[in-house]
Ligand binder design. Structure first.
Ligand SMILES: *Cc1c(COP(=O)(O)O)cnc(C)c1O
Length: 406
């Protein structure tokens, strides 16, 4: 064995020359597979922190990038590469960089772009940790962040009439599923010289493709629909090769928010079933949202594909389904809302989402507790608001659980 680095050899993909366009469901199974010489069916898991070289010369050439050789798993690792390349193929993005959590993806996607004095503009409603990064952490380093008041075109136009470096939006938003017009914001963002970053976690890679509507960067918490089975944390940032290689990676290589190869392997296997899972969860969520609207005791139901949702037309323009999450406002005070939660027998009380298990949470006291009352009110969160993440159980059992508890 002369090549100490690759004792197993490396199996080249068959038929690489045919250049066919494959459906994302096919890419989810077959995209970016690296097979070793053992010819394993399932992707190999490279649980290694480092890599070795045949010679000092090869090590030097690898560091100067004359050689294509893995250096260290903080920078890149074959199992993580499979996950990144497969997700990029499915998203239709040039490049992807995976991170250890959704929050490290969000933080790196913005922080890598901005310098002291730069301006960032963001949509009004979002996941509370993203809000903390934008309003407390980045301003400490002299970044000016403006969270706008509402998603009206005039408000966006006004906010982006002066230069900005980045625009951050979450659509649908967590928890009230507010819809932001990606194409409209992209137009104003580009005019202001900004890159548009979309947190696409709530929609999942299956139901919304922000890059097709003019976004520059898409980020995910892979913890949610990508894993979708409540097992591992992970994150990903997707964009042009230039952004990922020249802006994002120089930031993450040294700050180190790396994904573990084990988690990357779990997430790679999860991509194979994501379309089956998210489609079923999306269909169940729509069915349950419609039935909930007719139930006494429920003041309001927010679900993007319901006619009653204020962003319905826009959601139908930029999403292929309303998503897996429903927001509900009960016609009851907090104590009775808690009693309702405690009476549920199938649905778990949990603040995660996008899971195969249906999960329900009270955002005001859990996920969005970190925000003050005025900010919660601005986002439309009250003491009687609940967020339901619809899982893979039979939708009739889920609806019965909700109606019996009411
Ligand atoms: C969960 C979530 C995140 C953060 O992801 P983690 O993997 O928990 O770090 C970011 N944005 C949205 C919309 C989320 O729901």
């Amino acid at each position: 064995m002369t090549k100490r680095n690759r004792p197993w050899g490396h199996q080249e993909p068959r038929n690489e020359s045919t250049n066919r366009t494959l459906h994302p469901d096919t890419l989810a199974i077959r995209g970016a597979m690296i097979r070793t010489g053992f010819g394993e069916t399932s992707e190999a898991m490279f649980l290694t922190s480092g890599f070795t070289y045949d010679s000092a010369q090869q090590a030097e050439a690898s560091f100067t990038e004359e050689n294509d050789h893995y250096l260290y798993s903080r920078f890149a690792n074959p199992t993580i590469s499979m996950f990144e390349e497969r997700l990029a193929l499915m998203e239709g993005a040039e490049s992807c960089h995976a991170t250890g959590s959704g929050m490290s993806a969000m933080f790196a996607s913005v922080a890598a772009l901005v310098s002291q004095g730069d301006r960032v503009v963001a949509s009004p409603a979002m996941f509370s940790s993203c809000y903390v990064v934008l309003t407390e952490i980045l301003p400490k380093w002299g970044i000016q962040v403006e969270i706008i008041e509402n998603n009206e075109p005039e408000t966006w136009e006004r906010a982006l009439s002066s230069p900005a470096k980045a625009v951050f939006i979450e659509t649908p938003s967590n928890p009230l599923l507010e819809i932001v017009d990606i194409a409209m914001v992209a137009k104003f963002a580009h005019r202001a010289g900004a890159q548009l970053i979309v947190d696409n976690v709530m929609a999942s890679p299956l139901l919304q493709k922000p890059l097709e509507f003019g976004a520059d960067i898409v980020m995910y918490s892979a913890t949610k629909h990508i894993d979708g089975q409540g097992r591992v944390l992970g994150g990903a940032v997707l964009g042009t090769k230039k952004y990922v290689d020249e802006i994002l990676k120089p930031f993450t290589r040294h700050t180190g928010p790396s994904l573990s190869p084990f988690n990357a392997w779990v997430l790679t296997k999860s991509l194979e079933t994501m379309s089956l899972r998210v489609n079923k969860m999306n269909n169940s969520a729509f069915e349950i949202a419609q039935k909930l609207e007719a139930l006494p005791g429920i003041k309001k139901v927010w679900y993007p594909f319901l006619d009653s949702h204020p962003g319905n037309a826009l959601a139908k323009k930029q999403m292929t389904g309303g998503g897996t999450t429903i927001a509900i406002e009960l016609d009851r005070p907090k104590a009775e809302v808690f009693e309702f939660l405690n009476r549920l027998e199938v649905i778990d009380i949990s603040n995660n989402l996008g899971d195969s298990r249906s999960l329900i949470t009270h955002p005001a006291s859990t996920t969005h507790r970190r925000l003050d009352a005025a900010t919660q009110a601005k986002m439309g969160i009250t003491e009687s608001t609940l967020r339901l993440s619809v899982g893979l159980e039979d939708p009739k059992d889920l609806f019965e659980d909700l109606s019996l508890a009411l």
